[in-house]
Ligand binder design. Structure first.
Ligand SMILES: Nc1ncnc2c1ncn2[C@@H]1O[C@H](COP(=O)(O)OP(=O)(O)OP(=O)(O)O)[C@@H](O)[C@H]1O
Length: 121
């Protein structure tokens, strides 16, 4: 029973990883996020930011990736269920896009608060 539980969890982990890979391969937004993530990590290493600053950066990066992937899932779901224009689909997609914008704004503020003092000191 424990083994079947563990093998199911391992399979679920594999599905999640393949979701991330397919997101990176098929969504143009993902390449921008990947590039931004690499640049921020390089900046963090260059300026030797503190451990607690890294925690904020990791949360910011994870928040943007997670909301962007959920937004893509919502878009694909709605395109599948309702390919034609519908006002409710507009509200749903706009809400999901708004969630990405909120996460991106928070990440930009976190990045500015952490890096601006290093850049100008
Ligand atoms: N079926 C639809 N019915 C109503 N409005 C829609 C519909 N499809 C898209 N929209 C409107 O167009 C906007 C953009 O939708 P779309 O699915 O093209 O997302 P996108 O942000 O351009 O993402 P991507 O660049 O990944 O395609 C939505 O936020 C919504 O306002």
């Amino acid at each position: 029973m424990v083994r079947s539980y563990l093998s199911k969890r391992r399979a679920s982990f594999g599905y999640a990883i393949s979701g991330i890979i397919s997101f990176v391969k098929s969504e143009p937004h993902a390449l921008i996020h990947l590039l931004a993530t690499i640049v921020v990590i390089l900046f963090g290493c260059w300026y030797k930011i503190t451990r607690s600053e890294w925690l904020f950066i990791v949360l910011a990066i994870g928040g943007v990736w997670a909301t962007e992937m959920l937004n893509t899932a919502v878009e694909k779901t709605m395109d599948h269920l309702s390919p034609d224009y519908h006002p409710s689909v507009k509200v749903i997609k706009d809400l999901a896009a708004g969630a990405v914008l909120m996460a991106a704004l928070a990440a930009a503020i976190i990045g500015a608060v952490i890096f601006i003092p290093y850049i100008f000191s």
